[in-house]
Design a protein around this ligand. Sequence first.
Ligand SMILES: Nc1ncnc2c1ncn2[C@@H]1O[C@H](COP(=O)(O)OP(=O)(O)O)[C@@H](O)[C@H]1O
Ligand SMILES: [Mg+2]
Length: 250
Amino acid sequence: MVALAVKSLNVWYGPTHALKNITVDIPVRQITAIIGPSGCGKSTLLKSFNRLLELNEQVRVTGQVLLDGREDIYGPGVDVTEIRTRIGLLAQKPFPLPMSIFDNVAYGPRIHGITNGGLDKVVTSHLQAVGLWDEVRDRLKAPATGLSVGQQQRLCLARSLAVEPEILLCDESTASLDPISARGIEALLRKLKEKYTLVTVTHDIDQARRLADYVIFMWLGELVEHGPARPFFEQPGHTLTQAYLAREIG
Ligand SMILES: Nc1ncnc2c1ncn2[C@@H]1O[C@H](COP(=O)(O)OP(=O)(O)O)[C@@H](O)[C@H]1O
Ligand SMILES: [Mg+2]
């Protein structure tokens, strides 16, 4: 089953042709890793999946991204807010909102009209889902900025999940964390794929080997090779992929 079908996707930043005719299917409830060297278009591809690129006025997008393999998120009349609810993003660095731990997780559900008792339940269950509940249950009203960076990233993950997305995009989401917190997030992602489709950008080949079920390898804005993780890592078909995995280039 296909979560996102990307068809002939091109992206330009002004004169820079950042994504060149990308066509690929993102499988449902698996972890897809987008790998490749810095500047190859990983973040651009990820952001194209929930229309975050349009925050930049210079950007031009052609092609399609079909949600559930059907609905073009770039189609006319699409509700961008709904798209960003269904397809959430966990950024590289944690950005807790300047409010309490509770309110961070309650933020999205409140906008969706959930109140009081419902909110308590949503906040508790999502803090439990990211393994933060026992650490923060006694200080839910304290500012989120008082948490450690690793805790903040798990809080941001809880905030993303609290609006019940179908797909979660992660852009180098462990890169700013200490190794133990990073492994904690990796373990969470592996668990979350039971319920969500995950797409994670990483320049860390070892992390991609640990996490990925499916791999997309980018080079200078082009998709060089993609496929299920085992054959991708064990028998890459393209010489560029072989050289990149052998750390000879990139
Ligand atoms: N906001 C932007 N304005 C102009 N060019 C950009 C912008 N963001 C990215 N680019 C360019 O697009 C290309 C791909 O960038 P990016 O998707 O961030 O790569 P990666 O995430 O793989 O490092 C690069 O050449 C980069 O310089
Ligand atoms: Mg990037």
